[in-house]
Design a protein around this ligand. Structure first.
Ligand code: ADP
Length: 510
């Protein structure tokens, strides 16, 4: 096992990783830019090293500086978190050159699966359905336009190097194709230094459903089930949950098999996510592979009982995935909201500043993964994600009721946050029925709010639907076999012997 891990990140994900290190008895070395000197990840790490000024190009994105710290601190592994360099193959290559273990996939697998058009090509080769469109970057604008015309509008122009919704434009007709192309490619150039675009059919109100995969270095690849991420604002996830309200056991198996096939074909190792869009007829289409830990990994942790960061570390250290994990099925339901320092009344503009006071939720089924504290100043220089609030319950209804209760307990003063947005979403009838799609939230936000909207009412009063949720939760709890933590897939009834065996396997993990 590793002695000391360099955490090449900041904020809540750096805190999440160093907590895993602490539990495993591994020392953690944090890095920080000038504005992050007093950040929570610096306070909690065993050691912390400055790496330059606030702009990430001069600090968190400098591979040379990170390698220098790793050498000086005597680290033997590097965890990239998500964002920054997490999907840049130059980091695993630099780690290999420096004799360090990269906690993530090999550089080649990152390139063959992570680049959007390369991922599409590989998916087609292994019979994973893709959204109709081009599999190579567009070379001639006229050819792309005529393909768009024959596929039928709307279409979506997307950046080959894309991420975070940047370099993406919906095109509704021939007339706007050329200007959308120019806008998208210059945005892609600014964001990624790469202006290449490709084209996809713009699906009508799909669900975004993704599969968490894990692969070890000994040839075993498993699916840990799906996450539903359809509640999005401008194509960016806002709420995630597991399991998905629309996925049947049969579809879960098909999507899981497709994801595993793709990971195998790409020589993948460690944690990854295969993203799909699912249409109204439950057809699924490959979107992209994220070759790293996802922001929303806690919902999978809550329903599987696994610690994905510890598992990443174990796989990077050469451990095998225990066989039984292939048959894990989700237990209960988990949901996450992304808490941002932003102002919903001002077009969700970032709201950095000093956190004057803060009260955080707790109690049954509530988890808060954040990277802030009272008195700390949220800097202007990075993504203003404060953290993630996650609820777990026996049923989707109980989970939503818990999340609402937790959001009522959560207060922050000094900065604006998007908490009010979740209070609004979590009482919407479509949401409660699980009938959201990727444009649902944008459509909701365009609708004027009525004065008597349920979210405006006293949040502490229980409505009839709350009462139903409570009754359902009590019934479910009474049915619950408290030993049935992990259960077998399909119709196979788990015996106590098998369950205890599996628990022992989990216990043996580092
Ligand atoms: P990025 O990597 O920039 O986040 P993705 O390819 O992951 O981009 O897509 C982000 C979101 O954009 C998806 O979850 C979905 O809401 C929307 N989207 C992407 N491609 C399509 C498509 N072909 N049709 C409809 N919506 C799409």
């Amino acid at each position: 096992m590793f002695r000391k891990i360099l955490i090449a990140n900041r904020g809540e994900i750096a805190v999440r990783i160093l907590r895993a290190c602490r539990e495993l008895g591994i020392r953690s070395a944090a890095v920080f830019s000038e504005v992050d000197r007093k950040s929570l990840h610096v306070r909690l790490a065993d050691e912390a090293y400055p790496i330059g000024p606030a702009p990430s190009r001069e600090s968190y994105l400098c591979i040379d500086k990170l390698m220098d710290v790793a050498r000086r601190a005597g680290c033997d592994a590097v965890h990239p978190g998500y964002g920054f360099l997490a999907e840049n193959a130059a980091l695993p290559r630099a780690c290999t050159d420096a004799g360090l273990t990269f906690i993530g996939p090999p550089a080649d697998a990152m390139e063959s699966l992570g680049a959007k058009t390369a991922g599409r090509q590989l998916a087609r080769r292994v019979d994973v359905p893709t959204v109709p469109g081009t599999n190579d970057p567009i070379e001639k604008l006229a050819e792309a336009q005529s393909l768009a015309h024959s596929m039928g509008y709307p279409v979506l122009l997307k950046a080959v190097a894309g991420g975070g919704g940047k370099g993406m434009r919906v095109v509704d007709g021939d007339a706007e194709f050329e200007s959308a192309f120019r806008d998208a490619s210059s945005e892609a150039m600014n964001a990624f230094g790469d202006d290449r675009l490709y084209l996809e059919k713009y699906l009508d109100r799909p669900h975004h459903v993704e599969i968490q995969i894990f692969a070890d270095a000994h040839g075993r690849v498993v699916s840990l089930g799906e996450r539903e991420c359809s509640v999005q604002r401008r194509h960016q996830k806002v709420i995630e949950e597991a399991p998905s309200p629309i996925i049947t056991p049969d579809l879960r198996k098909k999507m899981g098999d497709a994801a595993v096939r793709l990971a195998r074909a790409g020589g993948y190792v460690n944690a990854g996510t295969v993203e799909f869009l699912v249409d109204a007829n439950l057809n699924f289409y490959f979107l992209e592979v994220n070759t790293r830990l996802q922001v929303e990994h806690p919902v999978t942790e809550q329903v599987t009982g696994l610690d994905l960061v510890k598992l990443q570390i174990a796989i990077a250290a050469g451990h095998r995935l225990p066989f039984a994990w292939e048959s894990i099925t989700p237990r209960g339901h988990a949901m996450e909201v992304r808490l941002y320092a932003e102002d919903p009344d001002n077009n969700f503009f970032p709201s950095p500043g000093k956190i004057i006071s803060r009260q955080v939720p707790s109690g049954p089924g509530v988890r808060l993964d954040d990277g802030v504290y009272e008195g700390w100043t949220v800097p202007n220089d990075y993504d203003p994600l404060l953290g993630k609030l996650i609820a777990w319950g026996n049923s989707r209804e109980e989970t939503i009721a818990r999340l609402r209760r937790a959001l009522e307990e959560y207060t922050v003063t000094g900065i604006k946050t998007n908490v009010g947005l979740f209070r609004r979403i979590l009482v919407e009838p479509d949401f409660l029925r699980g009938e959201m799609h990727t444009r649902w939230l944008d459509e909701l936000l365009r609708r004027p709010r009525s004065a008597a909207s349920p979210a405006d009412q006293n949040q502490t009063g229980n409505s009839p639907s709350d009462a139903a949720a409570i009754a359902a939760a009590i019934w479910q709890a009474s049915q619950w076999d408290r030993h049935a933590c992990l259960s077998c897939s399909s119709a196979d009834q788990p015996s106590r012997w098998k369950l205890e065996g599996r628990r022992a396997q989990l216990d043996r993990l580092p």
